[in-house]
Design a protein around this ligand. Sequence first.
Ligand SMILES: Cc1ncc(COP(=O)(O)O)c(C=O)c1O
Length: 494
Amino acid sequence: MLLDQYLLGPHAKLHEAISALEQGPVKLCVIVDEQGKVIRTVTNGDVRRALLQGLDLDSPVTDFPGQHPILLPDDASDADALATLDEHSIDVVVLVDENGRPTRFIDRLSLSKMLYLSPPHMGNGEAGYVQLAFEENYVAPAGSNLTAFESALCAFSGRKHALAVSSGTAGLHLALRVLDITAGDRVYVSDLTFVASVQPILYEQATPVLIDAEPVTWNMSPQALGRALARDAAAGTLPKAIIVVHLYGQSADMDAIMALANQYEVPVVEDAAESLGATYGNLASGAHGLLSVYSFNGNKIITTSGGGALMSDRADLMARAQKLSTQGRDDAEHYQHTEIAYNYRMSNVLAGIGRGQLEVLNERVAARRAIYDRYVEGLGDIPGLGFQAECTNSQGNRWLTVISLDPDQVPLHVYQLMRALRNNGVETRPAWKPMQMQPLLAGAEFEPHSLDESVGTSVFLRTLCLPSGSAMSVKEQDGVIASIRSVLSEGFAS
Ligand SMILES: Cc1ncc(COP(=O)(O)O)c(C=O)c1O
């Protein structure tokens, strides 16, 4: 961090130093000579001492009691910086280039920050679109941002219709409602997923049937799906929908899944909450099923702080979803309602954030894929450490990089690694706990990948999601890689 506001020239006065110190979070200003080289730094303590010695507000800062500035070369690591801060009992250190010119600060606060799994990453356009909503006084639900956001979503995904809603979960709920799923209907859903894929089935008191993952991409197993469909077709209990999740941004095997769904004439809802920006075949992830859902939750590849979208090529289904998302008002001049509906529409203000975020989506995908590549490069040689694979014919968005540790080769459980990394300031998370293991779904039907193997359970027990935020620097990522290597090597040594 280095902001011009903290730099002062050689003739700066005491009162200018006081103003600079008051401006921002960094309680230090840097005095540079005519060539921009650091002469000294000034802290609140220096100001206090100068006043006590009788200097007045117009005294030049170069008259302050002497001090050798504490400087570090610009390529110093965070660890070097921390050691320097500790050694001199200071909170900020200035880094300089080879000519002694300041390049940035490192302060204690930024060093102590946790590196999070997937924090929001704003671009340059979002604030302008939000401002537009204020200028147009369309802080109310609908407005030009909402229309433009939905058009941009259609253009990006290749789908004909988009309905921006308050969350991905709301989008999934609407998908089930427009498919007329009601109490007692069977709905197949990926077992290895976040609970939001399943909750809307429960809202409607329908019956979830949990379909296991396959061992390569950890997405819905076509093998398990085919077995379940054949059995249910024979029994006359086919599901009314199949909800397929694209886990951590990597697509499920949609050719195989769509072929089975078409064979048994069961509509597919893609839970593409995590996979916006991924592709499968020539199409965007979320462009294969009858309906699909994206999420713009704060941790997703792009965010509207909270939000989602329902997508489809079917105008009739989307018109129904639109009505259900706005309290189901009938076509009458007065307020008339004949069915249960919701207040699910996204606000025009949040759609403004979405417009800006969509403009940088391709960059975000490229950044997350590069992060994945660097993890593979930095960790791929560790025996027993693996990564979630991409389905052939697809390109994931690598929303999260997920590693697996083979218990036969790695002497640490992923939770031990997770806790050690937390102590090093690195947030990681276990993979989603499969739905079949959730108390909420106790007793739910489960179709395993093979008759003697539950893939979802073993994935859950040995995987960890790594920090994957698109704003993470190479240096930060190198720190994560070094931390993992060091924790694991201690485990191997013990
Ligand atoms: C697989 C999956 N489905 C659904 C959702 C629900 O999205 P939202 O949080 O926007 O409701 C999420 C994320 O939160 C998710 O990861």
